[in-house]
Design a protein around this ligand. Sequence first.
Ligand code: ZN
Length: 344
Amino acid sequence: MDVTRYARQMRFRPIGETGQKRLADARVAVVGVGALGCVIAQHLVRSGVGFVRLIDRDIVEWSNLQRQLLYTEQDAEDLLPKAEAAARRLGAMNGTVAIEAVAADLSADNAESLLDGVELIVDGTDNFTVRYLVNDYAIKHGVPWIYGGAVGASGMTMTILPDETPCYRCVFPETPPPGASDTCETAGVISPIVDVIGSLQATEALKLLSGNREALHGTLFQADLWNHAWLPLSIRHAKRPDCPVCGEERRFEYLDHDEQVPIAAALCGRNSVHLTPGTKVALDLGQLAERLSAAGELDQNPYLLRVKLKNDMTFVLFSDGRAIIQGTEETSKARSIYAELLGI
Ligand SMILES: [Zn+2]
C-alpha cells in the first residue's frame, strides 16, 4: 500500500490503516459518469478504492462541460464515450486503482453481468428507470447502493442497505408521470449542487467501504444551495411492508423485464433520442463507415461513428448497435432514421 499517498486520509482516525486496507480491497460500480458520477468516481479513485467500474452510455458533449468535472473540450471534440474519457483521466490521478470502463446502457438485459462482483453501487444517473433497475438488483443480491439526484440548485441522496433501511421503491413507489417533476431540461442545473450531492455520496461510500457503517447519515438528505437549506428527512418509518421489491413479494419487475423491440428514450435536455436494439448485435464499424458516408459527413473513432445527416440531424452509432440521434426528441422519427440507415 502506498502509505505516503494516503497519509492524510489514514491519519483521519475513523479510517486509519485498517480502513485504508479495506478501501484497497473494495470493489465499486459507478452507474452513470455524468455530473454526479464524475465527482463520485474522482473521490473513490483518489481515496484508493481498489476497483472502480464506470458504466455510462453517452459520449462527452459540449453541454456537459459546465458541470461534468472530469471532461475537457478535447474529449468533446474527439467524441469520446464518457466511460473511456473518465477512465483515462482517473487513471492519470491514481495508477494503483483498477478502473474498468464500460460504454454501455445499463438495462435488464445486462444488469446481472455489469453489476456482478461489486460490493457497492453508487448512482450517478439522471434516470428513474435505471434507479429502479439498480434497486431491484441491489435488493435481490444484498448489495448496498447510494442514490443521488440533482436539479436546479437542489439535490437529494439516500443510502440503501438491503434488509436494513427502506429501499428506493419504498420511498419513491412510482416513476413520476412525464412532466410532473423538474428535470435538468426544465429547471437547469448549477455545478456546485452536483459537487455537494456527489461528495455526500462519496462520503457515504467511504464510510461503508472502510467499515464505518454506524457513521452513515441514515436519512433522505435534501439540500437547496440557492436558499441555503439543509434538510435531513427521517426514513426510519419509511420501509413499506407492501413494497414489491424489499417486502415479502420480492418482485423485481425492472430486472426481470423482457424487452424485445428497440427501446427509444428522449434524453433530458439534449434534443436527442437514445436507441437501444432489442437484440444483441456486434457491428463492424469499419465496414459500416463506408456505407454510411453516403448519408452525410462522417467522423469515427475506435468506439463510434458519427454522421452529420443532410436534415441537420446527427446520427451517432456504437458498435453494440446503440445509437444517439441528435436534433429530434421524437422517438418515432429517431426509430425510422435508425431503420433507414441500418436497414433493421
Ligand atoms: Zn422497499
